[in-house]
Ligand binder design. Structure first.
Ligand SMILES: [Zn+2]
Length: 148
């Protein structure tokens, strides 16, 4: 599912009220507003009554374990980059025909920063990782998602 604010692809999104409108956001972005419906909260059973209208479909969706719910709200989710993330950036950039300078412009960074990332000597901060992934349409994070 794609976060409506940053576009990150995450296992679950929270419904968050941001300046009057309700958006579906990842854990990072939900900090910018008031969480209405946190992701992965089990629907409580409704003993004795018929299920409230509109709830039926929701109840059929398998729910993640509680542990993951807490993980989503960690202060700073640490991104685990793939071992060859620098190479992935370079290969994807070259495929697009971009120079390190081109990519730098799009990231508001210097060409030298791009080259350092591609050589693996500069570890991009989390927001930049997301930006690079969207620009180059690649994944830099390790393939193994903690979702089973
Ligand atoms: Zn987001």
């Amino acid at each position: 599912m794609l976060c409506e604010m940053c576009g990150k692809d995450v296992p679950s999104l929270a419904q968050v009220r941001v300046e009057g409108s309700v958006l579906r956001l990842c854990a990072d972005c939900s900090r910018f507003g008031k969480v209405i419906t946190p992701p992965a909260i089990p629907v409580s059973p409704n003993p004795g009554g018929s299920p409230p209208a509109g709830r039926t479909a929701v109840a059929l969706v398998p729910r993640p374990r509680r542990l993951e719910e807490r993980d989503l709200y960690r202060e700073l989710p640490e991104l685990e980059l793939a071992p060859d993330w620098g190479k992935r950036i370079r290969v994807a950039r070259e495929k697009l025909g971009w120079t390190p300078e081109d990519l730098g412009h799009r990231l508001n960074e210097k060409k030298s920063v791009v080259l350092k990332m591609e050589s693996g000597s500069f570890h991009p901060p989390d927001p930049m990782v997301g930006k690079i992934e969207r620009l180059l349409k690649i994944r830099l994070r390790a393939e193994a998602e903690p979702k089973a």
